[in-house]
Design a protein around this ligand. Structure first.
Ligand code: NAI
Ligand code: SOE
Length: 386
């Protein structure tokens, strides 16, 4: 069986998730399109690279991502670093002829995303942006129902992504609060996941009317090399620095097919953890999903007899998208890891078959354009057409 040599850059949260996916993908999808071989890992210095390579099962390591990108044995470059590094690495990887999977958001803004898209198209490599939540079987099932016409024409999309890890003002100034590193705040970090799902399930977004705001203007500067998300570290006495990104975004959406929608994203919603939800109304029924209950899709079909109408819950399992490759019993428990394993499968398959895969850099670029429009709309306090 063919082997695909992976060079992964970044050994943090996503480094862990992607490594798990490379190791586990052939255990789920067998015969695998190819076996991912964890060949080389790059981190910010040699020591961290050595430790991360040992931990995540990579053969080689380097403290300089350029060496990984240029290495002749590497087939795939996996970008799992903070947002401000994506463009430079992806463009170099494309020029070196490597296939690329890049974490979300693709770039800091649409201009950067466009340069990345041009580079991968020029090089003719396979490219993917890692919006993995659409791989949750219940989300893929929603897509299937919509395509089959089970809820008719879509009228409305209501999406949320609510977390609370940044609600405490003593939570540290992660890179996620710095515009130069993150590009934007809740919008790019979590709002983009909902935009990906909205485009995947409903269609293209053509206009937005938005409000962004920063709730906590300064945060404690963290000590030590490792970036921490809020709740895990409370720095009461540390010096503070400015947060220059949004904590919250609320936007109306207009879709090309006439559907309307809303998106609300914040990391300051106490009590919500990974509350990525959508409710979609069609003229023949409705669908509801909440990632905190990710084995379930709630469905309402208008043609049901009046005496038994109501939302019912489908627990995803072998009968549903990707289900035969996952676990043998419905509701046994899909996790974050499985969404990354499925993403890995789709990406490796595209590389081996030489096809395109979605969400691609085209999608990442379009989402960056939508984000830029959301920011512009909030500044001008008006609808912005795309
Ligand atoms: P993290 O802060 O946990 O890890 C980033 C790692 O990259 C760190 O170990 C850091 O030392 C390393 N790094 C930074 N600059 C580097 C460079 N120039 N060369 C080599 N290594 C470098 O961050 P996390 O959470 O893993 O986020 C990484 C990316 O993944 C971001 O774009 C983020 O938005 C995205 N992400 C996506 C998620 C999803 O659900 N798809 C979930 C979490 C993050
Ligand atoms: C933090 O908000 C974070 O890790 C995001 O960066 C991810 O994209 C999201 O999936 C989980 O939360």
């Amino acid at each position: 069986m063919e082997q695909l040599n992976i060079g992964m850059i970044g050994g943090g949260f996503m480094g862990k998730a992607h490594s798990l996916a490379y190791a586990a993908m052939p255990m789920f999808f067998w015969p695998a399109p190819a076996v991912p071989n964890r060949k080389m890992l790059a981190e910010i210095d040699e020591d961290l690279a050595r430790e991360s390579a040992l931990r995540f099962g990579f053969e080689k390591y380097t403290g300089d991502w350029r060496k990984l990108v240029e290495h002749p044995d590497i087939h795939v470059v996996d970008i799992a670093t903070p947002n401000n590094t994506h463009a430079e690495i992806a463009i170099a990887a494309a020029e070196a002829g490597k296939h690329i999977i890049c974490e979300k958001p693709l770039a800091l803004d649409a201009e950067e995303a466009e340069r990345m898209l041009e580079a991968v198209e020029r090089a003719g490599v396979v490219h993917m942006v890692a919006f993995n939540y659409r791989r949750t079987p219940a989300v893929a099932l929603a897509k299937k129902f919509i395509e089959e016409g089970a809820i008719g024409n879509i009228l409305n999309f209501r999406g949320t992504y609510l977390q609370d890890w940044s609600a405490d003002p003593n939570g540290p100034l992660s890179w996620r609060f710095q515009k130069a590193v993150a590009g934007s705040g809740a919008l790019g970090d979590i709002g983009t996941h909902v935009l990906d799902i909205a485009r995947y399930l409903v269609g293209e977004i053509v206009a937005v009317n938005s409000v962004l705001r920063t709730i906590i203007g300064k945060r404690p500067i963290q000590q030590g090399g490792q970036d921490k998300l809020g709740a895990s570290q409370k720095l009461v006495d540390a010096p503070k620095a400015t947060v220059d990104v949004d904590d919250e975004v609320i936007t109306s959406l207009r879709f090309s097919n006439g559907a309307l929608g809303t998106l609300e994203a914040t990391r300051n919603a106490y009590g919500r953890n990974n509350f990525l939800t959508f409710e979609i109304d069609g003229d023949h029924g409705s669908l509801y999903f909440n990632y905190e209950r990710r084995d379930e899709l709630q469905v309402f079909f208008a043609d049901d007899p009046a005496d038994r109408r109501g939302f019912r819950t489908i627990y995803t399992g072998p009968a549903h998208p990707y289900g035969e490759n996952l676990w043998p019993i419905p509701a046994i428990g899909i996790g974050y890891g499985e969404t990354k394993i499925i993403e890995c499968y789709e990406f490796v398959k595209a590389v081996i078959e030489g096809t395109t895969v979605s969400p691609s850099f085209h999608d990442g670029h379009r989402i960056a354009q939508i984000c830029d429009a959301i920011v512009e709309s909030s500044e001008k306090q008006t609808w912005v057409d795309l």
